[in-house]
Design a binder for this molecule. Structure first.
Ligand SMILES: [Fe+2]
Ligand SMILES: [Fe+2]
Length: 254
């Protein structure tokens, strides 16, 4: 059970709610995040069907379902959207996802799409409440064709979806990446195969260049902080991945 306060002041918190147990979600543990400002909450990637009851229980330590003012989905994968039809029985707040995934969501058993907001390709600023604004940052093709990130200017945490996602051994429960070098083996294979191209990475780096980032919080694995933030971004800049490495016959160069 994980429930870690990444940032906290009197009126603003950024919380890692939980990680799914190994075995659930095919052994790839997921992070779900809650931002609380005054008495309003926002959920980031609330997770698959299997973890929903535990994520809800953790969330209720901070806010009631009526206080949730938004749900952000980084992309369309089942480990993000799988529990959503159950969440939406409880929460009547806007749900943000890239516009290109809107037409696929009804296949997750979501019948009423009136709560959904299709985010344009350029991203958008979201004022959740006066004084509580989040930035939706485009992160296309990393890995999803329509991925979005969420930047919280108060905590200076960038929620990065699958960018920075790590597959750590099941006995590794580190919450943070402090030594980036020792973390590389947990991210290298995933990023080389799942991230679409170095071009997509360079555009993303340009897009986030002016953000003041204290932490990068991915959907899987530990959170990057301190020097590990810049070390990770520098590593990514040089990464060849996806179609950069693709060859004929379904092969990928090493
Ligand atoms: Fe994904
Ligand atoms: Fe993921």
């Amino acid at each position: 059970m994980r429930n870690i306060l990444l940032f906290g002041t009197n009126n603003h918190k950024f919380v890692l709610l939980n990680e799914s147990e190994p075995g659930e979600e095919d052994g790839i543990r997921s992070n779900q995040y809650l931002i609380v400002h005054e008495d309003a909450g926002v959920l980031l990637d609330p997770g698959g069907f299997g973890v929903m009851p535990r994520v809800l229980a953790e969330m209720l330590r901070y806010v009631s379902v009526d206080q949730v003012r938004g749900i952000f989905l980084s992309h369309q994968d089942p480990d993000i959207v799988g529990g959503l039809s159950t969440w939406l029985e409880l929460i009547k707040a806007p749900v943000y996802i890239s516009r290109i995934w809107m037409r696929f969501l009804p296949h997750y058993g979501l019948k009423n799409m009136s709560q959904f907001i299709g985010v344009s390709d350029e991203g958008m600023d979201c004022e959740i409440l006066p004084g509580f604004a989040l930035k939706i940052i485009p992160a296309h093709f990393l890995h999803s064709e329509g991925q979005i990130n969420v930047y919280d200017p108060v905590s200076k945490i960038l929620f990065s979806g699958d960018i920075g996602a790590a597959m750590v051994p099941t006995d590794n429960n580190d919450a943070y990446v402090d030594d980036f070098k020792s973390h590389v083996p947990h991210i290298e294979a995933f990023h080389r195969r799942y991230m679409c191209s170095n071009k997509a990475i360079l555009y993303w780096l340009e897009t986030i260049a002016n953000l003041d980032i204290e932490m990068i919080a991915p959907q899987h694995g530990p959170i990057y902080r301190g020097a590990a933030v810049q070390d990770f971004l520098d590593w990514l800049r040089d990464l060849q991945c996806g179609i950069d490495l693709m060859q004929s016959g379904g092969r990928f160069s090493a």
